[in-house]
Ligand binder design. Structure first.
Ligand SMILES: Cc1cc2nc3c(=O)[nH]c(=O)nc-3n(C[C@H](O)[C@H](O)[C@H](O)COP(=O)(O)O)c2cc1C
Length: 144
């Protein structure tokens, strides 16, 4: 029983329009041994480590990400942000703001890489990006 209680609950959720962030989500899910799911799938139980993936679309992160945080806040231990964008640095600041509004903890660590958009950054995230995302996730789990 005590052993079970110590086990860390991990989940991966993401929003994607063109599949870039989904690629990172799958690499992260594979690295930590859980299935990456879309933000339309609510968390089932309390989750210490939530890898949350999003992207930048002109006005900001998609409303689906905002809804996910609002609707699942009671179950989120800490958000570990990951994102893709064509130009923007990352979605960290926007997600951090949402987390704060809902009283959810946000880890300082994040993963971000370029995401293809029209003629820009073709092929990103690439194999190296996916390996880096996997290493990022493994590093978080090891620390926990
Ligand atoms: C409608 C739209 C607006 C976008 N606006 C921005 C932007 O303002 N800044 C930026 O860096 N990238 C922008 N992008 C690029 C996306 O952030 C990038 O392609 C990202 O990897 C998409 O992730 P996804 O495939 O997971 O949806 C935009 C993409 C779309 C489709």
């Amino acid at each position: 029983m005590a052993e079970e209680a110590k086990e860390m609950n991990i989940a991966v959720r993401y929003f994607t329009r063109s599949g870039n962030t989904q690629k990172l989500a799958k690499a992260i899910g594979d690295a930590v041994g859980v299935e990456a799911k879309a933000v339309s799938v609510p968390l089932e139980e309390h989750t210490e480590v939530l890898f949350l993936g999003s992207s930048v679309y002109a006005a900001g992160v998609d409303d689906a990400v905002k809804r996910f945080i609002a609707e699942n806040k009671e179950k989120i231990g800490k958000i570990y942000n990951f994102s893709t964008a064509a130009l923007a640095a990352s979605t960290y600041k926007q997600v951090e703001k949402l987390a704060k509004e809902h009283g959810v903890a946000m880890a300082a660590e994040e993963f971000h890489c370029r995401g293809s958009f029209a003629f820009m950054h073709r092929g990103r995230p690439n194999e190296q990006d996916l390996r880096d995302a996997a290493e990022f996730a493994k590093g978080i789990i090891k620390k926990g």
